[in-house]
Write a protein that binds this ligand. Structure first.
Ligand SMILES: NC(=O)c1ccc[n+]([C@@H]2O[C@H](COP(=O)([O-])OP(=O)(O)OC[C@H]3O[C@@H](n4cnc5c(N)ncnc54)[C@H](OP(=O)(O)O)[C@@H]3O)[C@@H](O)[C@H]2O)c1
Length: 141
């Protein structure tokens, strides 16, 4: 797939995810309430680092939903973060399976957020995607 096509499909996927989670989003968060942030594609790389930074550098009312398409890798990432940062209350980090390229998976994830009472969502970090550097290697080898 050409790089531009990839970026466009990534952008469309971001819009779809944001639309699916609209109901769960917070409209007027209060400063003392839990501020729960969903990070997509967070089993490694920048996504995982974002989760860790949110939990270690922001207040205790910052909660994180670490999401990944591979459940085993996602749960392992949760375990890694908690093991490396034992001061973090494990209630502040939840796991959610979601493949951002699958409409069904995104809908199921949005439903699970509602079911688990992880609402209102304070924010979504649409991190899942392809690394430009990795893509370049893939396309131009
Ligand atoms: N690294 C850079 O220099 C750079 C620069 C500019 C922008 N970015 C952007 O920043 C984001 C993260 O980059 P990164 O370097 O951390 O990349 P990475 O190490 O390749 O990690 C990408 C993450 O996204 C996940 N992912 C990919 N497709 C997915 C899907 N359909 N559903 C759910 N998860 C999916 C991957 O899961 P799997 O482990 O299952 O593959 C992985 O956890 C990407 O969107 C990238 O385009 C990165």
């Amino acid at each position: 797939m050409h790089g531009t096509t990839l970026w466009i499909s990534q952008l469309l996927s971001f819009i779809w995810i944001s639309t699916s989670f609209t109901q769960a989003m917070s409209s007027s968060p209060s400063s003392s309430a839990v501020q729960r942030i969903l990070v997509t594609g967070a089993n490694k790389g920048i996504g995982k680092a974002i989760c860790e930074r949110l939990l270690t550098e922001y207040g205790d009312n910052t909660h994180v939903i670490l999401s990944s398409r591979n459940e085993e890798l996602g749960k392992q990432a949760v375990e890694d973060i908690l093991k490396q940062n034992q001061q973090i209350d494990k209630e502040r980090l939840q796991y959610l399976p979601m493949d951002t390229s699958s409409d069904e998976s995104v809908q199921a994830a949005a439903a699970k957020v509602q079911e688990n009472g992880w609402t209102p969502l304070y924010g979504i970090i649409n991190n899942a995607g392809v690394s430009l550097i990795a893509s370049q290697n893939l396309f131009f080898q």
